[in-house]
Ligand binder design. Structure first.
Ligand code: RIB
Length: 298
């Protein structure tokens, strides 16, 4: 089995449950405030681990990041490549409304302090054929993809949140691309799911594209296969980390040797379970919970 290194963001999420998102000029009291471990890197790595795959997390936290390390230890995630630095850990201010939808302000903090030396130190511990997973919440997105190529690693990329850094990314070394429709449109100029995947495969014929479609489920496309999967009905409490859960479970299942259509099923069930609970990383189910859920829903 290849080793998987998730190199990405670690955040402290400050979550405010609100009746509605605060409007310009308005001050509101939240119904509840809680803080949770989060960040796309951390969440995806936890999802990998809970899918049963072997994973390492790399990234940077500040002097206030002890709670994240403690959480990772309890979750059984290997965090030997998480570097401590001066300054503040990344943090997200998240409003969650009564429909479970969120709006997020992201302060990058230590996630924006990743150096070439930090990256080389991590990559030297992995070998050709291992898998790098990254997102776009650090200062190093384009460089991480370049380093994966230099060190012979396969790359899985979730270009979220999409911004100008994505234009600097060479997608030709990306084996698995995880996008939603908005990201798909920004990358290709097309809105229709089939056109998005067609254009990406025209430009990158070896790519495996996983395009999430909200309530319409997910579309998987590579040069030989097309699969789609619907969403499992659930009571939505908080959508934060639903995408991260999907990414970790899909790729974790692939790393364990599952075919893409089975991986889609497991990942769809896992993200349905995640949205039925509050919080980011703490809402991610285990593989046992996912298989039980699938048994009950068939
Ligand atoms: O994808 C969810 C994550 O996005 C949250 O945990 C928050 O930290 C933001 O980075």
């Amino acid at each position: 089995m290849p080793k998987v290194i998730v190199f990405g963001s670690l955040n402290i999420d400050h979550v405010y449950s609100v009746q509605h998102f605060v409007r310009p000029g308005e001050t509101i009291h939240p119904l509840q405030y809680e803080s949770f471990p989060g960040g796309k890197g951390l969440n995806q790595c936890v999802a990998f681990e809970r899918s049963g795959a072997d994973t390492y997390l790399a990234g940077k936290i500040g002097s206030d990041g002890t709670m994240l390390l403690e959480f990772l230890e309890r979750a059984g995630v290997n965090s030997e490549f998480v570097i401590r630095s001066e300054g503040r850990t990344g943090c997200a201010t998240i409003q969650v409304d009564e429909n479970g939808q969120n709006s997020i302000i992201l302060y990058q903090g230590a996630n924006s302090q990743i150096t070439e030396e930090d990256m080389d130190q991590v990559f030297r511990s992995f070998s050709a054929g291992d898998i790098l997973v990254t997102q776009n919440e650090t200062n190093a997105t384009a460089r991480l993809l370049q380093k994966a190529r230099d060190y012979g690693l396969l790359a899985a990329f979730n270009p979220s949140p999409i911004d100008a850094e994505i234009d600097r990314c060479d997608l030709s070394n990306v084996t698995w691309l995880f996008i939603n429709e908005i990201e798909g449109e920004q990358l290709t100029g097309f809105r229709e799911p089939e056109k998005i995947t067609e254009k990406l495969l025209q430009d990158y014929p070896e790519m495996k594209i996983i395009l999430t479609l909200g309530k319409d489920g997910v579309l998987y496309q590579d040069k030989e296969h097309t699969y789609s999967h619907g969403v499992y009905p659930t009571q939505v409490v908080d959508t934060t980390a639903a995408g991260d859960t999907f990414t970790g479970f899909f790729l974790g299942s692939i790393a364990k040797g599952e075919p893409a259509d089975r991986a889609l099923k497991l990942a769809s069930a896992a993200s349905s379970l995640a949205v039925s609970k509050k919080g980011a990383a703490i809402s991610i189910p285990t593989i046992q919970e996912v298989t039980q859920y699938l048994l009950k829903s068939t």
